[in-house]
Design a protein around this ligand. Sequence first.
Ligand code: NAP
Ligand code: GCO
Length: 267
Amino acid sequence: MFDPKDFRLDGKVALITGASYGIGFGIASAYAAAGATICFNDRSQDKLEAGLKSYAEAGIPAHGYICDVTDEEQVKAMVAKIEEEVGTIDILVNNAGMIKRIPMVEMSAADFRAVVDVDLNAPFIVSKAVIPGMIKKGHGKIINICSMMSELGRETVSAYAAAKGGLKMLTKNICSEYGEYNIQCNGIGPGYIATPQTAPLRERQADGSRHPFDQFIVAKTPAARWGTPEDLQGPAVFLASDASNFVNGHILYVDGGILAYIGKQPQ
Ligand code: NAP
Ligand code: GCO
């Protein structure tokens, strides 16, 4: 029998990585509104404190931790601290991410590795630390923040696209390997979202005109606008809730229709 309460997250402990601001903060805010207890991390004390202030201003009693998600020892220590102070993690959102926009042949191997380390290796590290607790508890939700670049390429984002493509397949593999423990692992593939990560693509030009990439994306999006972190909140709550217990290994693209659309003819 359908029960709307299946969309609630009451009593659940959620860890959203890299959630001092941006998409992670948007998702964490929605989880709090749905009843979850919020845990998040950042690499730096000042960003963590700024994040805690933002959560407090939003009326959300969040638990903040300093942790570089690429460092396995720091991740294991953070998960152990959360399990001790707050409780076993029911919901993990692998949100922390970075991008370097450099033409591939000009990109150093170190830069390529740095992007893959955050965008692909870290979701592996954090998921590996959290899954044993989920198995013990008899349920778990892992949501990997993928990208349209899990499906498409474009100039200058080779490392990011390779990592996000890999993250799509890591999502399917966690589904395959841990589904029998009642753990659902899905991805969200946001379109182009207005956050600090994409700010360089939306900057006004010297003459006051819109950035060419801004104009390009709006023309490529049926919704004819950039997305916002709030556009991701409903899908993220759905994938974290009991309403999606038979949804597993799926990448839900929340992109305003870009992936379905050839693009508007230039006027
Ligand atoms: P953002 O504004 O750049 O925020 C990224 C967050 O990740 C920051 O809090 C950052 O912390 C944190 N982070 C980066 N490296 C970290 C590390 N090693 N350890 C811990 N935290 C780390 O990005 P966003 O736009 O909110 O994107 C969030 C996620 O969505 C990313 O995975 C991104 O790839 C993905 N995504 C974004 C878009 C978009 O259009 N914005 C679209 C599709 C997918 P610091 O402040 O310390 O750097
Ligand atoms: C870029 C953008 C994109 C978005 C997002 C799209 O430079 O193309 O940063 O990669 O961040 O991943 O889904």
